[in-house]
Design a protein around this ligand. Structure first.
Ligand code: PRX
Length: 657
């Protein structure tokens, strides 16, 4: 579809690379008046209460909008709703009944896309909800979802939400062992998976991993979507084909009346320890923030087509592929495969084919396409694009400008959204109708939220002065409520630094300008963002240590031009093992087997000795500096300072000596 190209942004004539919404964009935007920030700031609780009433259909009103018992807090207490009802049912009584809810693009070019209208989605969700009920799943039970990017993933999530079951989606590129750890922690009773999916033209056998994942857990039933039709291992009595169960399922299923503070889902994410944490999100607050951030950040209207490229196994997929757009009655596009398959222009071809209007992706992908060359973008008509989004890691200026100029044709604002698995939905970004849009600067906190950037001893920082990003009470409705099964961890991790009314984000940041725009500088803990994927160095270390040749290891994040950061493993071998390229490769493979390919170390550096303090602690700070070619700093406190020289040679250190 050829669209009339509209200039949605204008450049600030006084400042290089500062952009503002054009009159056209302001006119169209849901929010275009600065005063929204001041109004919300007066009384954030009342503000969110107003938004909750307007955006969400409640079965029963709440009695208390916000209640705190620091560090625990609740929103819309006593309110009753169902998020699936909000995402599906309420559209089928309007003209939206026949509108596309989900458009699915398969990876193989010779396969047909699938389009599900809201009515289709309603039917499939009700049927699958009945399938789950038929297997004995009740409100509060946990259901594991380990599916590729196919519409069944949204159907399964919504079906859980409909009957009050708690879903826990695990990224399909995580290994069987990672799946198993999560399923054990969540005590899931049912697992929904597929025989496989296509990746770079090749079928991937997902069922094999699902079988590993189900072993030794409380999973009694495994439901398998037939995506490929390839032969799979089958456990009689435990395994069921999705289509066979669906054939017999009843079409009617009333949505469960959920309390605002009932659990909606658990999503595991990496913290600083080796064990991922189950981040717990509750229905009411999550629904409100997912609804409004989707609508306002991306300025979504009825005719928009929203494509968020995140995998549904991450929080971005949960909120912006599934709940956010569907609650808004906006069409959500999902794509099964690799971004550059069968050619480096696949994504641009998809944007042109469907006339995508709002596109949301990660800096890693932008940098990858930038490297591949402009010609692949220019081959396609991208004039339908109106708004571009980015998320997951800090974006560098070059990538921002390339995205803005080459993909957006200099017309579209870039919404750089900062948030986390814990926050459930976006929190810091410029709004399309207000601006400004500045490369590398996320923007202002969402109206009704309070952030600060503090020094180590808790004092506010000045413009340009780096510090720790924190969120202040009353936070926002979509925040995590706790760590599943581990409230102590929740307290210590998020409220153990500045007290029980200040949420510690683990990100560094600074205030960029007088307006209060915020620039995020990145994690200040041992969490890496590898191609936007969140991993902890401790998790990778645990995996490396499982190789029989490894005596000791330390994993650090090394800067990478495209992926932002990559893990590098420093390994000391056990006596009797000799270093070789083959051994390095085996160690990398071990990590893929235990966590998944996203965690595979870029480099394995075999060493005789790791730099240690006199008390025997590995000095990761030195390893990090070595990989980043930064000053090494003081090594006088090391037990073995000579190890640093050897390491410099091994990794070809180019930093200051
Ligand atoms: O370091 C921040 C980075 O991603 C972390 C959260 O990762 P995850 O829970 O996987 O959620 C990612 C998707 C919401 C944050 O602590 N991050 C996220 N968005 C940005 C960002 N860093 C800089 N700019 C962003 N826009």
């Amino acid at each position: 579809m050829k669209m009339k190209p509209v200039k949605w942004v204008v450049e600030d004539p006084k400042k290089k690379n500062v952009f503002w919404p054009s009159e056209e964009l302001k006119k169209r935007a849901w929010v275009n008046d600065e005063s929204v920030y001041a109004e919300a700031e007066k009384d954030p609780v009342a503000w969110w209460g107003k938004l909750a009433k307007e955006g969400i259909t409640w079965f029963k009103d709440w009695t208390v909008t916000y209640k705190e018992n620091p560090p625990f807090y609740q929103w819309f207490v006593g309110g009753k709703l169902n998020i699936c009802y909000n995402a599906v049912d309420r559209h089928i009584t309007s003209w939206k009944r026949n509108k596309a809810a989900i458009i699915w693009e398969p990876e193989p070019l010779n396969e047909q896309p699938r389009v599900l209208t809201f009515q289709d989605l309603y039917r499939e969700v009700c049927k699958f909800a009945n399938v789950l009920k038929g297997l004995g799943i009740k409100k509060g039970d946990r259901v594991g979802i380990y599916l590729p990017m196919i519409p069944e993933v949204q159907i399964a999530m919504l079906a859980c939400a409909r009957i009050g079951a708690v879903h826990s989606v695990v990224f399909s590129a995580f290994s069987g062992q990672s799946l198993r750890d999560r399923m054990i922690d969540a005590e899931a009773k049912v697992l929904v998976t597929a025989d496989g999916y296509y990746r770079r033209g090749k079928p991937v056998n997902l069922k094999e991993n699902a079988d590993i994942g189900a072993e030794g857990t409380k999973i009694k039933d495994v439901i398998v979507v037939k995506r490929l039709g390839t032969p799979v291992n089958w456990v009689e009595g435990r395994d069921h084909w999705w289509h066979e169960l669906m054939e017999k399922a009843d079409l009617n299923c009333e949505p469960e009346v959920m309390d605002s503070e009932d659990m909606l889902f658990i999503l595991y994410t990496s913290g600083t320890t080796g064990k991922p944490k189950g981040i717990e999100h509750h229905v009411g607050g999550y629904a409100v923030q997912a609804y409004w951030t989707t609508k306002w950040d991306f300025d979504l209207h009825d005719e928009d087509l929203f494509w968020c490229t995140a995998d549904i196994g991450w929080i971005t997929g949960h909120t912006y592929n599934c709940y956010g757009p569907l609650m808004n009655g906006v069409t959500s596009l999902i794509y099964e495969g690799a971004p550059d398959f069968p050619g480096p222009d696949r994504w641009w071809q998809i944007i042109e084919k469907y006339a995508v209007t709002v596109f949301y992706t990660a800096p890693t992908a932008i940098r990858m396409f930038m490297r591949l060359g402009d010609e692949y973008v220019k081959k396609h008509d991208l004039s339908s694009l109106r708004i571009l989004g980015t998320v997951g890691e800090p974006i560098n200026e070059d990538a921002w400008l390339w995205y803005f100029n080459t993909v957006g044709g200099g017309r579209c604002p870039i919404i750089d959204t900062w948030w986390q698995t814990e926050t459930g939905a976006t929190l810091i970004n410029s709004l399309p109708g207000i601006g400004p849009f500045i490369p590398t600067v996320a923007g202002r906190p969402f109206p009704g939220t309070r952030f600060a950037i503090l020094t180590e001893d808790g004092k506010p920082t000045n413009i340009g002065e780096g510090g720790f990003l924190v969120q202040k009470s009353p936070f926002a409705p979509g925040m995590l409520r706790t760590v599943y099964g581990d409230p102590e961890k929740f307290k210590q991790q998020y409220f153990g630094v500045y007290g029980e009314r200040i949420y510690y984000t683990s990100d560094g940041a600074y205030i960029f300008d007088q307006l209060g725009n915020i620039r995020i500088t990145g994690r200040v803990d041992d969490v890496m963002k590898v191609a936007g994927h969140r991993l902890s160095t401790a998790e990778v270390e645990n995996a490396v240590a499982q190789h029989p040749a490894v005596a000791e290891c330390a994993v650090v994040a090394m800067p990478h031009d495209i992926k932002g950061e990559v893990p590098v493993a420093f390994v000391a071998l056990k006596a009797g093992f000799k270093g070789s390229l083959q051994l390095e490769d085996e160690i990398k493979k071990k990590v893929t087997e235990i966590i998944g390919p996203t965690a595979r170390p870029e480099k394995v550096v075999l060493v005789d000795d790791l730099p240690k303090t006199r008390s025997g602690k590995i000095m990761r700070r030195i390893l990090k500096a070595l990989t980043a070619n930064q000053p090494i700093g003081d090594i006088s406190t090391l037990m073995n300072p000579e190890s640093v020289q050897t390491l410099k040679e091994r990794i070809g250190y180019k930093g200051p000596t």
